[in-house]
Design a protein. Structure first.
Length: 318
């Protein structure tokens, strides 16, 4: 399976590679949780891979989206926007395509989604569509005056995107028809705001493994959006078989190596604990330096203190 990369490294890690090609996903969250940013980055990743990517916006004009994301150092050059935001000065629902010379006009604002589908069909005739984002499905479904009509429209739209073979991302607000859509799509991602933190949780995905738990989302001005997987939760990994060696790794201090039966058994993990000033760092350095003397590579991860402190400690070794 070749996963569809989302453009966000942390999210791809959580999804064990990315979305499944041709599947439909729902992204739910409150205002300001990064839904539009995530959707735009998903489209832009497609453009980078020479994939036709369409962003259908029903709430915010493309120019506003582009300007807002530019502040995060995210450029959307090449993304094909379908602007279906209603015009205040007209009772006509017009679908405006940035890459077209003229708007495509259709009847009254309360009409169904058939006209939107027809526009997408015309695009698909000329070029295969790989990615679609709908922002937001909550607003699109508000055109219908009954739950029955809304359900029919959602089912029809999901099946339409499936027929195109594209990977689709529906964006929805909380407390909307998102609950209905959860049962129809292949995956559900939920964003939440807790105090000053934004969190992401994968509710379900079909046909792929994913990391459980609550993950942290960070939106940084001038840099973009970042998602940090929660590695504390259980993650499926394949543990390679380790051949136990009879060799030992020596400290190079006769008394310590003797007390350890010759040294530390290779391939094992050892915890060196003690109070401040008892020589933990010095003994660790001694262990590494003895390895270097024996033409072995070593790595020191120094999380406390400064480089000058470490240099002072190393001066004590010849």
């Amino acid at each position: 399976m070749n996963p569809v990369k989302t453009g966000i490294e942390g999210l791809d890690k959580i999804l064990m590679g990315g979305f499944v090609k041709g599947h439909q996903y729902l992204l739910v969250g409150p205002p300001g949780s990064g839904k539009t940013i995530l959707g735009a980055v998903f489209c832009m990743e497609g453009v980078k891979n020479n994939e036709k990517s369409i962003y259908i916006t029903v709430e915010e004009p493309p120019l506003n989206i582009r300007n807002n994301l530019r502040n995060l150092n995210i450029e959307l050059e090449g993304v094909d926007f379908l602007d279906a935001t209603p015009k205040e000065t007209s009772n006509i629902w017009s679908i405006r395509r940035e890459m077209a010379e003229e708007d495509i006009l259709f009847g009254e604002i309360y009409l169904n989604l058939e006209h939107l589908k027809s526009v997408i069909k015309e695009i698909a005739k000329k070029e295969k569509i790989s990615r679609i984002v709908v922002d937001s499905i909550s607003t699109l479904t508000s055109f219908y005056d009954s739950e029955y009509k809304t359900r029919r429209a959602i089912i029809d739209l999901v099946n339409f995107f499936k027929s195109l073979g594209c990977t689709a991302l529906f964006i929805a607000e909380e407390k909307s028809y998102a609950t209905m859509l959860e049962y129809l799509v292949d995956g559900v991602l939920k964003l939440a705001k807790k105090d000053t933190q934004i969190q992401l949780k994968i509710e379900k995905v079909r046909g792929q493994r994913f990391m459980l738990g609550t993950h942290t989302v960070s939106i940084v001005e001038g840099k973009g959006i970042f998602i940090y997987p929660n590695y504390a939760v259980y993650e499926h990994v394949t543990v390679p078989k380790i051949e136990v060696s009879s060799e030992v790794a020596k400290f190079g201090v006769k008394e310590i190596d003797s007390a350890l039966g010759g040294g530390l058994e290779r391939g094992t993990l050892t915890l060196l604990a003690g109070n401040t000033g008892t020589g933990k760092t010095l003994l660790s350095l001694q262990f590494l330096i003895n390895g270097v003397k024996n033409k072995e590579e070593g790595l020191l991860i120094f999380l406390e203190g400064t480089k000058s402190k470490l240099a002072t400690l190393l001066e004590g070794f010849n």
